[in-house]
Design a protein around this ligand. Sequence first.
Ligand SMILES: C[S@@+](CC[C@H](N)C(=O)[O-])C[C@H]1O[C@@H](n2cnc3c(N)ncnc32)[C@H](O)[C@@H]1O
Length: 229
Amino acid sequence: MTDWFAGDVAARYDKSTAGMPVEPVVDFLFPFAAGGALELAIGTGRIAVPLAARGVRVAGIDFSPDMVAELRKKTDEIPVEVGDMGTTQVDGAFSVVYVVFNSINNVTTQDGQVATFANAAAHLSPGGCFVVEVGVPVTQQLEVFDLTDTHVGVDEYDADTQRLVSHHFSLVDGEWRRLSMPFRAVWPAELDLMARLAGLELRERWADWDRSPFTAESRKHVSVWEKPT
Ligand SMILES: C[S@@+](CC[C@H](N)C(=O)[O-])C[C@H]1O[C@@H](n2cnc3c(N)ncnc32)[C@H](O)[C@@H]1O
């Protein structure tokens, strides 16, 4: 498995995501987190650090040691296991396990995504919830998803295999750099089946963290599956 977030990507991650929403995500997760929160693909702690600042016991799993090193510059209070989110275990049980910002797509096989749901369920206490934020797959073969003076993002999608490659062209220190990262796109219905295989039940599905309705036009969703008591 390749660590796509090593080196420069980790070093520049917080700067490159500075415009991403944080408070709406933390506001949504907080009511679920009374019994602790586990973030899969915790990264640099963009969401975990402000959630922990609200008094929540937060732990994490991430594949990239360099991303975790960036988190460690912010806090020693959040325990993190370095490894694959489909197989890595942490101590304890949690009332919420979550994976945001399309990070479930970083798992590039169906088996791996199924294992991720099973691993999330294994870390949930009864009545606990698994929260996933992920895009609805694009249907075009090529789609420009960002176009600014310093960044051009193009998604390349193969409907046969659900393989998605996000090509990022970034202007860094006056030089254009390219990073092409592989993903596995996945539809809500397939995620629901993965959840059922893991013994979880769909509880809520929204178009965004503000609980706007999920419709046929929605480009992403925030879904909540519950572990029965
Ligand atoms: C887009 S970043 C998201 C980080 C953080 N959750 C956030 O919202 O800023 C994706 C993260 O997924 C991690 N990752 C990718 N594949 C993974 C895997 N199989 N298991 C665990 N973490 C993984 C990367 O190392 C990276 O930190």
